[in-house]
Design a binder for this molecule. Sequence first.
Ligand code: TXA
Ligand code: MG
Length: 326
Amino acid sequence: MEIISPEEPRAIRRVSQLLQQGELVALPTETVYGLAADAFNPRAVRSIFEVKGRPLIDPLIVHFHHLEQLETLTTRSQDPRLHILARHCWPGPLTLVLLRDKKIPDLVTAGHDTVAVRMPAHPLLRAVLAESQLTIAAPSANPFGYISPTTIAHVEASLGDRIGFGLDGGPCSHGIESTILSLADPSTPELLRPGPISRETLEELLACPVGVRARSNTFIDAPGLLPHHYAPRKPFYLFDSGSAPRNAADSEARIYLKRPPRPRPNTYWLSEDGSMETVARHLFATMRQLDEIVSITAIWCEKPPADGIGTAILDRMQRAAHRSVS
Ligand code: TXA
Ligand code: MG
């Protein structure tokens, strides 16, 4: 993979042209890195699935630059709920599931009658979207089921031999994937994936209750809801905050939410002070780092409180742990 620096002259122009020509490019977003292609080029979209080893029944999020582009993606661009959320949350880490326009390639939506859309905030991605005038389909730039990448080095490490280009946008500021909210039902919005924008915030903005879709054991609804996802290769266990991981061997790493007073060997932490935004930003990078250290045989991770962004952090940890619990 060639890593394109934003400092290179005409970097944005070049990335835009590559996408217009139907190439895949790994691009930074404020949540995680995405594996991007022109959403209206079915051949390019198909290669996203091939590169990731992703089943074709798992739909993609379409990224766009300005609200008028929604006209080409959804038949419900006038939904008042959409406009409230757009005003407060876009550009930003919120994906909305809306009834689709028929012109979107079926591959993008996996044949569903809905499409997932997001106006991302990362300035480099926004520049590419503005320059290319494309709408961009992009899943997280990781092999299917593995941990999402939050730096271009993560992309290089797990997909570098399968894609031609990646744009370096530095570490992602949120570090976990966007919140996904379905507005497909005209009455009740439904949270499909918790993320940086909390359910509490969405309920406040919409002034109505937001339902939560239960985890699914099938691909039918949204494969990102499968219990096992975002997982390291090593056994990954959770322990309650305030307790120590019992039975952890010396070769097993412990991850705390904040710096412990007297860190022991093989101890890691996700923030200095327990800030949940910082915890989210560092979670995936730390999971990847420990997955790479040969002498570490398993990973223990402290659970966050299950409110606000803590809900989304706990969700990612539980999926990583799913295989490891009996
Ligand atoms: O933060 C993010 O959302 C990142 C960045 C790159 O934008 N993208 C991301 O994409 O996490 P991906 O493909 O890794 O996860 C998207 C999830 C998948 O679980 C997919 O099943 C679900 O969104 N999804 C996509 N379209 C959907 C639809 N029409 N209905 C329900 N779920 C959908
Ligand atoms: Mg993903």
